[in-house]
Design a protein around this ligand. Structure first.
Ligand SMILES: NC(=O)c1ccc[n+]([C@@H]2O[C@H](COP(=O)([O-])OP(=O)(O)OC[C@H]3O[C@@H](n4cnc5c(N)ncnc54)[C@H](OP(=O)(O)O)[C@@H]3O)[C@@H](O)[C@H]2O)c1
Length: 163
């Protein structure tokens, strides 16, 4: 049985992006994302995939969901639904890595949520994570990160497991 994890960075308003990009680039959070997802299948929407400056992300099976049956990209597993994405993922743990449309569909099926809570707010944000009902989740770890010259904002890396 495949385990489904999701990984996301959220601001204090539940926002995850603006104008097709991330809200900010936190070096320590990028490192965390790489460590956690490396070697696993990563499932994403076509828009998130196209937002990466370097793609596909190396060392991971990149599974991209699109409704466009003609869409292809070298080194990418292309699928046309979330079910197909989970089926196509070839590792025991598959990571849903966004964006908003894909998180919305996947959250009910997620077993573990790797949540980076950024202690800031972006008024210009235009995409949001779905509501997290904390009665459904148990916090199993939390790591606080202070801001510094490579991380402009304070943030917490939180692991939640479905109860
Ligand atoms: N903070 C974070 O951790 C984080 C993580 C990831 C992304 N983001 C941000 O989120 C934003 C992108 O999110 P988004 O919601 O706009 O786009 P998205 O979820 O990345 O991609 C949406 C696209 O995925 C395809 N898709 C979605 N559901 C589908 C389904 N059921 N069947 C077939 N295809 C489906 C469609 O592609 P086609 O149009 O090709 O049909 C759709 O347009 C960006 O700003 C990005 O930076 C933030």
């Amino acid at each position: 049985m495949k385990s489904i994890h999701a990984i996301v960075a959220i601001d204090e308003n539940g926002a995850i992006g603006r104008q097709g990009d991330l809200l900010c680039h936190l070096s320590a959070d990028m490192r965390h994302f790489k460590e956690v997802t490396m070697g696993h299948s990563i499932i994403m929407g076509r828009k998130t995939f196209e937002s990466f400056p370097r793609r596909p992300l190396p060392g991971r099976q990149n599974v991209v969901i699109t409704r466009n049956i003609g869409w292809q990209y070298p080194g990418v597993t292309v699928v046309h639904s979330l079910d197909e994405a989970i089926e196509a993922a070839d590792t025991d743990v598959a990571f849903v890595i966004g964006g908003a449309q894909v998180y919305e569909q996947a959250l009910p099926r997620v077993d573990v949520l790797h949540l980076t809570r950024i202690h800031a707010r972006w008024a210009s944000a235009d995409v949001f994570f779905p509501h997290i009902d904390m009665s459904e989740w148990q916090e199993v770890s939390r790591e606080h990160h202070v801001s510094d010259h490579r991380n402009a904002y304070e943030f917490d890396i939180i692991t939640l497991k479905r109860r």
